[in-house]
Design a binder for this molecule. Structure first.
Ligand code: ATP
Ligand code: MG
Length: 582
């Protein structure tokens, strides 16, 4: 099993976070900088060849310098490839770790917190926000930082060659930067418009594809198509605008660099007439201009990416640093688990609710007892089951398992010895067998089949195209509601738990299947504590004790016969249910 600790918190800002990863980035960044250092002397080499060796007609000198340049270029090439691959590897690893941390944190988030989160948002943190963070690291480390260094070194080289001509270039740079920034604003606006249009289209398409059956059943295909066509048009329009702006943006950059080069050449020529610079120096400057403007060219794009990444990081940070974790640090394991459960004056309120969901509830369930909870919708039955499993924490009172307070119990150990058949069965998209084995990865085929048989699931499983190997679609979509429920029951049976909690396990079944499964569950119940939550009173006829819950309080308890005769809420309920179900 992987690491089971709550992941450590993240630093406040993305920059800080990246700083904590500096060791991992260092080798790749080192190569990227080496890549720059190998080509930084090129302007000087060009200038020397022209001004020194050409003037002296020193052929050998020219050849030696050329050879040196080629060696430098080869090293440059190696550093480029190796540096990029090394950086990509480390960046990917950092993002992988971040994803791992998100998933691990989610495992510890309290159900109270999870209930308030949209699954889609959690998923988006996991998949997309991490990608946004990844999206900025590579360009910054592999391009922006080395290129800025390159630009500074080149500026130094040019200043050393000729101060006056350098001044001309340096004075031009802000003009270039300002014009570029204005252009970039337009580009960014179009880019944003395109992003929004795309998001709208995805949203609309998502809805239409999900509602495919609704559309078909209502015969409203034309309406659906119109709905999508509008969003599609908007994307197409914004895309054309974006491409137009982006190409003119590229053309502008190209022209601006040429103008800058022209200024250098013309200014250099004027200075040369007065004997203030050599031709070699002017050539070195022309070569240097694109290097100087490189980081300016990149800056707007990189800062945009940085803000996007920062927003993604904040969203991840918010999750990973969320304090709403299940605070269970207990270590005690009452081996073997007997299944005595005690509630003592338990009081529980959901975080944003102003009313208690469970109010001053006390209850003692003996090992092996079959207990049933009934009561109106919203009475707190499911809440009680969740409290028992420690998925929520009571504000006051105490829950004890085999006499051990919940806080001292090793809860994961406890949960692995219980099985909960939920009101809405949660299935995975794998095969039938995968879904059953989720409860016990080491179960043999025989055990698997036995569990399915007990749950009356085998007869439909064997009729599926590939039997136990049949894939059941996203969340079991290829199965009927009753089939899903029977799989969920088989899964619980396979787990062979000491404590079995059934939250309306037969609500999606017809009376015949219900009767069969009920018998199976009765068999299964032997030797373990079973808590059944039921609306259909027929299913709890044989319970040792029935607890009637109302507004989080126990209002009645007793056997089926006792309660039926008592003339209270239970007998009222019994009277209102169809005869064959009671
Ligand atoms: N995650 C939640 N956040 C806030 N309130 C909740 C949450 N879950 C349930 N409640 C509220 O707590 C109360 C008890 O809900 P619970 O789900 O335990 O009822 P139930 O008895 O299981 O009902 P049903 O028979 O319909 O399943 C209800 O008033 C419900 O609105
Ligand atoms: Mg419920």
């Amino acid at each position: 099993m992987s690491n089971l600790a709550v992941p450590s918190i993240l630093p406040e800002s993305l920059l800080r976070f990246l700083w904590t990863q500096r060791r991992a980035f260092l080798p790749g960044l080192g190569l990227a900088i080496l890549r720059i250092l190998t080509i930084a002397p090129l302007p000087i080499i060009f200038q020397r060849i022209l001004d020194v060796y050409l003037t002296a007609k020193d052929v050998q000198g020219i050849l030696i310098l050329s050879a040196v340049t080629i060696v430098l270029l080869i090293i440059h090439q190696i550093c480029s490839v190796q540096g990029a691959s090394l950086l990509a590897t480390t960046v990917t690893r950092v993002v992988l770790e971040l994803r791992g941390r998100i998933f691990q944190k989610v495992q510890f988030l309290s159900f109270g917190y999870l209930d308030r989160q949209q699954t889609g948002r959690l998923l988006s943190k996991y998949a997309f926000d991490t990608q946004k963070v990844e999206g900025v690291i590579m360009p910054v480390l592999n391009s922006f930082i080395p290129d800025s260094l390159y630009s500074l070194i080149t500026l130094g080289v040019l200043v050393s060659l000729n101060l006056k001509l350098s001044l001309v270039v340096v004075l031009m740079l802000p003009v270039f930067a300002i014009m570029r920034a204005r252009y970039f604003d337009r580009f960014r606006a179009k880019n944003e418009a395109n992003r929004v249009a795309q998001e709208n289209l995805t949203g609309a398409a998502n809805e239409m594809f999900t509602a495919l059956k609704l559309v078909r059943v209502y015969g409203e295909e034309a309406q659906a198509a119109d709905h999508l066509a509008a969003s599609n048009d908007a994307v197409a329009r914004s895309r054309v605008e974006l491409i137009t702006v982006s190409t003119s943006f590229g053309a502008f950059s190209f022209a601006a660099i040429k103008v800058l080069s022209l200024v250098v050449v013309a200014g250099g020529a004027l200075l040369a007439i007065h004997g203030e610079v050599s031709v070699g120096t002017v050539i070195a400057f022309v070569a240097g201009v694109p290097i100087l403007v490189g980081p300016i060219q990149m800056f707007a794009g990189v800062s945009e990416q940085y803000f996007t990444a920062e927003a993604g990081y904040r969203s991840i940070h918010e999750l990973i640093n969320a304090p709403y974790v299940e605070e269970w640090h207990g270590v005690r394991r009452p081996e073997p688990l007997r299944g005595r459960i005690t509630f003592e004056h338990v009081q529980f309120r959901y975080p944003e609710s102003d009313r208690g969901a469970i109010n001053d509830l006390s209850l003692d369930i003996a090992p092996g007892e079959k207990i049933a909870f009934v009561g109106p919708s919203g009475a707190g039955k499911s809440t009680l089951a969740n409290l028992l499993l420690g998925l929520h924490r009571a504000q006051s009172g105490e829950i004890r398992i085999d006499g051990i307070p919940q806080a001292e119990l090793d809860l994961r150990w406890f949960r692995r010895r219980t099985a909960l058949v939920m009101q809405e069965s949660i299935l995975l998209s794998g095969s039938v067998a995968d879904n059953l084995r989720f409860a016990r990865t080491d179960a043999t085929d025989e055990e698997l089949h036995a569990a399915a048989r007990l749950a009356h699931a085998e007869e439909f499983i064997l009729r599926l195209p590939d039997g136990y190997a049949t894939r059941i679609g996203e969340r079991g979509a290829l199965l009927s509601g009753g089939q899903r429920q029977r799989l969920a029951i088989a899964r619980a049976i396979l787990r062979d738990p000491a404590l079995l909690i059934l939250d309306e396990p037969t609500s999606a079944l017809d009376y015949e299947s219900e009767r069969l499964i009920q018998r199976a569950l009765d068999n299964l119940a032997r030797g373990r504590t079973v808590i059944t939550i039921a609306h259909r009173l027929s299913t709890i006829r044989h319970a040792d004790r029935i607890i009637v819950l109302k507004e989080g309080r126990i209002v009645e308890q007793g056997t089926f016969a006792q309660l039926s005769a008592a003339g209270g809420y239970f007998s009222h309920l019994l009277g209102s249910q169809p005869a064959e179900s009671a």
